[in-house]
Design a protein around this ligand. Sequence first.
Ligand code: IMP
Length: 420
Amino acid sequence: MGNVSIVVGAQWGDEGKGKWIDILARDVEIVARFQGGNNAGHTLYVDGQKVVLHQIPSGIFHEGKISALCSGVVVNPSQLLVEIKKVAAFVQLTPERLWLSARAHVISPWHIHLDSKTETEAAKPIGTTKRGIGPTYAEKANRTGIRLGDYINPIRRQAWYESLSHTTPKFAEHRKAHADQWQEFDQAAEALAPFVVDAEHMVRAQIKAGKRALLEGAQGALLDINHGTYPYVTSSETAAGGAFASLGFSPKSIDKIYGVAKAYVTRVGSGAFPTELKDKVGEHLATLGKEFGATTGRPRRCGWLDAVALRYSGAISGYDGLILNKMDILTGLDEIKVCVAYEHPVHGRIEEFPWDHEILSECKPIYKSFKGWTEELPQGGKISDMSANARAYVDGVEEILGYPVSMVGTGVNRQDALFR
Ligand code: IMP
């Protein structure tokens, strides 16, 4: 058995991974984030105070543990500095505890500009966070990007400016027109330099020495660039496989893989969403679940739990167990539904999540219904401590999915967690 676990989002992001990574970080020495950038927003409550992290792994609040950003991440330098200061108000944050991969690509003001422009001009916008994520990954793939290790070196940074200005005159114009943004970008390089290391080598060495690591994903499996609802996806590998590629290590070291799902579904941005609710129940979920984006403040679309999507998500990441989060938000509803299959006007009943976004957008949900509950869910303890109807719901979900529900979230705080 290995000493590395992976936690990923099982739906379209915002499942509440941050809270669970914070909980599971108690049992490991290293928490490493493997993809995404500051498009993510992980909300946690530390000593009763709400803290939103966008780039630093959520395990950072455990004194003495190491947090790493691996090669598959994209970094916004000035935003990362803001976050470092925010965290330092709670815990000591030194380069010994925060390792930034020299291989991670850097989001610059130019990439943010491109993301905004593309979204604004697109006939069918993706609904991105406009944080420059897509253009940074595109430049990485195009081999014209800049990595953190090169960015903190003023000579290499200058060389990157010159080479991009040479091929892209609009880049040079942007640098002139937004000198303030580029000055901030330059200044952040010096401040971040002490944290930039060969993070992958260092994490691998720790794992080899027997230390335990938790690899943290951002966004969710259905936003995966390969397996998600393309083109309405993010630009990185959000499923568990992305962790191996980003850290560069053997899947044989893996102990457990967990997917985090809400007990319902939310989605921000555009794209098909078969179980979306635009009625009173949808309002209930949005209001009680405080479903507004942690990064952009956008309202999230809400709907019933979609087991077709979750079975697929389990298949592409190989979950040992599902963490069913925010179950308390369902309390008080008379009836609770779970989508078990789709009905398509041409293809009939569909049980496999379709690769084709157009087909998915034409699917109607086929539901199984569960009785609701009004009793408050326990804050801490075992899943079996819940009232009968709540237990029947979890058992029913497990049966429909075909893999175990290992943990249940019943509130925003660290202690609001039930285990098998
Ligand atoms: P991007 O990652 O900003 O390029 O946005 C691409 C798609 O992913 C859009 O639909 C975003 O709303 C979605 N997305 C990106 N990050 C998150 C996240 O952390 N939670 C939920 N959706 C996200």
